[in-house]
Design a protein around this ligand. Structure first.
Ligand SMILES: [Zn+2]
Length: 78
């Protein structure tokens, strides 16, 4: 009777995907918004912590990696 309620495993806060809310797409040139998805050690923050949806998280990781290659973001913290 309750089998379609599977994505309710974690205590959900009112988190929404930054890109969906602002109607944006992750862009490797847009380091300002990419920076909010990487932590102090320049690691990509997990989707669950930022509230990014799976679709945008995939695009986001690609954008961040692309951005690193273009030397817009750092690979590691120094
Ligand atoms: Zn989204």
């Amino acid at each position: 009777m309750n089998n379609n309620n599977q994505n309710n495993n974690v205590t959900k806060k009112a988190k929404e995907c930054y890109f969906c809310v602002n109607n944006l797409e992750p862009d490797y040139k847009d380091t300002k918004s990419l920076r909010r998805f990487i932590n102090f050690y320049q690691k990509i923050i997990a989707a669950g912590r930022t509230g990014t949806c799976a679709w945008h998280q995939r695009k986001l990781t690609l954008a961040i990696k692309r951005s690193r290659k273009m030397a817009l973001l750092a690979f590691t913290h120094k």
